[in-house]
Design a protein around this ligand. Structure first.
Ligand SMILES: Cc1cc2nc3c(=O)[nH]c(=O)nc-3n(C[C@H](O)[C@H](O)[C@H](O)COP(=O)(O)OP(=O)(O)OC[C@H]3O[C@@H](n4cnc5c(N)ncnc54)[C@H](O)[C@@H]3O)c2cc1C
Ligand code: SF4
Ligand code: SF4
Length: 575
């Protein structure tokens, strides 16, 4: 029979689903779509290696317990980090190149605050064994190490010199930045695991270092709690206080009379906390720093907050002499400085401007010029460059501020996790070096506990994932938006006590904030691939919402990969 087609009429092609199914058009293609989960740059930059896109997705879905659990797999202190971490994750967020980075730390805080401190989801990751580990110091490094060791099945004992655990988080950082109730909630969650906490025990004084010998492994995390003195005439005057001691007195709720004016010397976190605390005690405050604002080592947010609250800054000055005046005030003579070429730390070096001095009078001088590690009780073979260096000493590990690494809470937490994994390797008689690289997230040094457990228990290490770069995000799918600023206590109330300044997000703000995440490299079930597939060969598994590709009929056109906003669907050529 001859078939004629009238070109003026509508051209209709009859499709039979049955025949389409029979003809396996998938065999024609030379490439096929695959799911390739990748690493988000925020996760790579977080020293604790939190799976950020995943916890943000779960928050958006209002699955708060699951979001908390995602964070707790890698970081036992989300409420702390959500408040005081310097959040390097946000500096690396792909969204920063589009409009503004996602407020990851605020979201971490939100998840921690809306969930209870129950730990029901954190089952022990391994069965318990008889090996015992000692941890010296209950700051973030020690707590993190004990937490992960406990999850890995070890019996851990923490020796802590102070009457309460927490280290700098408890005795240094003031209440207005990190409420004690939040810290206690998180420590309580950690200590709900089988961990023995022995407070009020200073190793080297109450027990000897050698008494730790019966333990199968030892983790040293005593921090850098010794304040450097001011080596100059008048530096030992009773009106000259050390910053760390001042903060400890405040955190012990001692009543302190500072006088009307206070000068703080230094440019780090301690200087900012001292200055802002002094303001709250009713003093006018000037921070004197020997370089300029750009070189201040304090966390940027802290400098901005201090300025906003009314702290004055005197830059490029270095104290050289301290005298008491007849009115019992402190007269501080400063040498004026100027900056030259960068020094070893790549910061410009301050040098004196000849003959140029400045004298300021004050009621109180508080120094915050650096913290040292108390090494008096540490065996000499474990000391290098005024820090602890365990080198290849068997069974002794160290982390936190006492070793050569950046002095921040999240790096301390990360070092505790790293040590827990290394101790696990050691006690299982394994050689860790090669395997640690298999569980690193991207190339910035953070480790994944999740990957470690998967590889350790199955012997099959997860494939190393690439980091998603900004050009790999299809931004056509996103509307520009601003990040949500965290609500703050009313300005006129801020300086009237030590109540927390930042008030966090409410549910609506958190939901919007989470929705700004591109979810780089992680499927968030937007189903673009499903909707855009011209062949209708992608379906959704109703049980776990995952995408199922009918490879027998997928021609490999690549539309799904193009339609994926986050580089999760990639086309792979058939061999
Ligand atoms: C005032 C101040 C503010 C800061 N603010 C921030 C911030 O906002 N964000 C941030 O990321 N970082 C901040 N930092 C840095 C951060 O707090 C530290 O990097 C971090 O606490 C280091 O953790 P760690 O566990 O090594 O030591 P620590 O927190 O110092 O804890 C060490 C613990 O060991 C105990 N200990 C010491 N010796 C012994 C011994 N012989 N026997 C038994 N126990 C012992 C101590 O009592 C202490 O509890 C701040 C630091 C200071 C000083
Ligand atoms: S711990 Fe710090 S770096 Fe990591 S996600 Fe939280 S705020 Fe970001
Ligand atoms: S957009 Fe989301 S997943 Fe991507 S880097 Fe930022 S926070 Fe991470």
């Amino acid at each position: 029979m001859k078939i004629t087609v009238d070109p003026s009429s509508e051209f209709v092609i009859p499709i039979s689903y049955g025949s389409t199914e029979v003809i396996e058009t998938g065999k024609w293609g030379f490439q096929k779509p695959h799911t390739a989960f990748m690493t988000a740059p925020c996760q790579e930059a977080c020293p604790a290696g939190i799976h950020i896109p995943q916890f943000l997705y779960l928050t958006q879905e209002k699955m708060y317990d699951e979001a908390l659990f995602t964070i707790l797999r890698e970081n036992p202190l989300p409420g702390v980090c959500g408040r005081v971490c310097f959040h390097p994750c946000e500096a690396s967020c792909n969204r920063a190149q589009y409009d503004e980075s996602v407020s990851i730390h605020a979201m971490e805080r939100f998840v921690s605050d809306v969930t209870s401190n129950q730990i029901q989801n954190i089952q022990l990751l391994s069965s318990r064994n008889s090996k015992k580990v000692a941890v010296v110091g209950a700051g973030p490094a020690g707590l993190s190490c004990a937490y992960f060791l406990s999850l890995l099945g070890y019996h851990t004992t923490i020796f802590e010199a102070q009457k309460e655990p927490g280290g700098v988080m408890r005795w240094g950082i003031p209440e207005y930045r990190l409420p004690k109730s939040i810290l206690r909630k998180e420590i309580q969650r950690i200590l709900s695991l089988p961990i023995e906490m022995r407070t009020g025990v200073r190793v080297g004084k109450d027990i000897l270092f050698d008494e730790l010998d019966p333990f199968d492994a030892i983790f040293l995390s005593p921090g850098a709690g010794m304040n450097s003195p001011l080596f100059m005439k008048g530096g030992d005057s009773e009106r000259v206080w050390k910053g760390g001691e001042f903060l400890e007195r405040i955190n012990s709720k001692e009543k302190i009379n500072l006088g009307k004016e206070t000068i703080v010397i230094g440019g780090g976190n301690t200087a900012m906390d001292v200055a802002r605390s002094a303001l709250r005690l009713g003093s006018k405050v000037t921070i004197a720093y020997r370089r300029t604002r750009n070189e201040m080592p304090a966390i940027q947010d802290e400098i901005v907050e201090a300025e906003g609250e009314g702290v004055r800054f005197e830059f490029l000055v270095q104290p050289v002499e301290i005298n008491m005046t007849k009115k019992k005030r402190v007269a501080v003579t400063f040498q004026r400085m100027k900056l030259t070429s960068p020094d070893q730390g790549n910061r410009p070096k301050p040098i004196p401007v000849k003959g140029d001095f400045l004298t300021l009078e004050t009621d109180r001088l508080i120094t915050a010029v650096g913290e040292l590690v108390d090494l008096s009780w540490i065996p000499k073979k474990l000391i290098k460059d005024d820090l602890i260096d365990t080198g290849s000493t068997p069974k002794i590990f160290a982390g936190g501020d006492a070793v050569a690494q950046p002095r921040t809470i999240v790096t301390a937490i990360a070092s505790g996790k790293r040590a827990a994994i290394s101790i696990d390797f050691f006690l299982r008689g394994d050689d860790d070096e090669e395997d640690l690289s298999k569980i690193s997230i991207g190339g910035k040094g953070s480790l994944s506990m999740e990957a470690y457990l998967q590889g350790r228990d199955s012997g099959e290490w997860p494939e190393k994932k690439e980091v998603v770069s900004y050009p790999q995000i299809n931004t056509l799918y996103f509307e520009p938006s601003r990040s949500v600023r965290m609500r703050k206590r009313q300005r006129n109330k801020i300086l009237k006590g030590f109540s927390e300044v930042n008030l966090g997000y409410n549910t609506k703000e958190a939901n919007f904030s989470a929705s700004r995440c591109f979810s780089c490299g992680t499927c968030n079930y937007c189903y673009n691939c499903y909707f855009f597939c011209p062949e209708g060969v992608i379906s959704l598994n109703p049980l776990d919402k995952t995408r199922v590709v009918d490879y027998l009929h997928c021609k490999g056109c690549g539309t799904c990969a193009k339609a994926c906003p986050r580089s999760v669907v990639v086309m792979k050529e058939l061999s």
